[in-house]
Design a protein around this ligand. Sequence first.
Ligand code: NOJ
Length: 538
Amino acid sequence: MPESLWYKNAVFYEVYVRAFFDSDGDGNGDLNGLTQKLDYLQSLGVDCLWLLPIYPSPLKDDGYDISDYTGIHPDYGTLADFKNLLEAAHARHIRLIMDLVLNHSSDQHPWFQAARSDRNSPFRDYYVWSDSDKKYDQARIIFVDTEKSNWTWDEAAGQYFWHRFYSSQPDLNFDNPAVRAEFLRIMRFWLDLGVDGFRVDAVPYLFEREDTNCENLPETHAFLKEIRRYVDKNYPGRILLCEANQWPEDVRTYLGDGDEFQLAFHFPLMPRIFMGLRRADSVPIEWALTHTPSIPENCQWCTFLRNHDELTLEMVTEEERQWMWEQYAPEARMRLNLGIRRRLAPLLDNDPRKIGLAFSLLFTLPGSPIIYYGDEIGMGDDLQLPDRNGVRTPLQWDAGLNAGFSSARSIYSPVIGVAPYDPERVNVETSRSTNGSLWSRIQAMIAIRKSHPALCCGDLAWLDCGLPAVAAYLRRGSREHMLMVHNLSAVPQMIDCVLPEDFHGKIVDLLTSQAMGKTQGRLLLSIQPYEYRWLSIA
Ligand code: NOJ
């Protein structure tokens, strides 16, 4: 694969810098802290870091409310620290992408301050104003738990302003060419420093049009294509990753003809992995993939289990959502907006077999996988904390003070203190040095994935073995075929099924390196509860 397509087979790692490592003892994780821990990420096998927003911000939405797009939040360090981080990451062959928040700024951004205080300011038209709060009434409210309307009255401005998220995040007006030009300038700033691309936040909502739901509009695609042309022309090899929480056919449009985003999160697959596991039924997972349209050769899906937000249930039916809530969030405090504010390990009953199985699906289904910091050691969450803060607690490095995260007396968030997720039981040091731990299994899976390109880019086909609880699929590569088998249930399964003709040959279990004889045209296998097997057939 040409180097310019590196993202098609990369393992991404999502970092919340504040939670990662505090280098200066002020209680907040920082850029220098992350730099100091790059060896850790390299040893896990990470290829690319995605940093949650690190810009100056009043932090009403944890940095997704930006008040200066080309600065660094003082809690995180300086631009010099950032350059140092980038250089150190690149020296370890780790790439780095940043969050680019186009749709809205903070209400503290000087653009908004100027806009609200003077109708004649050139910045007035940077935002979307109205004398009435009835415009665009077909647009849904996203943060349903906190916002009652997408319009908020601004006393100073004497008008309503439009916002798809918190009312402290006014939407920018992309009909204004000056706003579009600002973002090319902002991108240039970071790309010139050497960043490898952007995860682009909330892309469906850039434009507003009456009598539409104001999502996925043609104008939005046109602007995103313009951004892509700009990046390709001036910074070939850098990537744009699309955050569009939409159905597969709508997300697919953001890849265009290979001329919009290179990557897009696969939102519909994620909840169906959890559904499949809880129901001991592979149908939801298979459904998500069979309803995934094919994508251009230079594009890739980004698959994930969890991230810094609630586990979103927007891409399931109403009935499925109720079922997911009953199963995975039985208490009201576990729910947020249309989702579940819990981490991976608690969702999967802290059962190492289930967690390993979920990662195995992540690493073997098509797409570039993203690991959310802390999930590689099975961290827990804190339901006492509001909003999504409970899944953003300090990374537990060891069993010492503040879990080895910081030497400060007071830190930005409590460390998870309650068994079985407390730092005595869950920490990087122990997980890394224990054979068979979650961390070790993930590390091994990543290493195997890298030396078997069929896992990244081979065609996917489902193998029907007549057992609903078994997710078995084939990945056909140019040099090697692979067969992935997952037992989604709590009981052993006996598999006996016919294999396609091109799957005849010697079987090697890649996770144990054991030869298992020849297929003789069939797969005969007994598989334990929640066990997964990665078989190479050549
Ligand atoms: C999506 C981000 O993932 C989320 O954390 C944020 O609150 C919204 N976009 C608004 O920027």
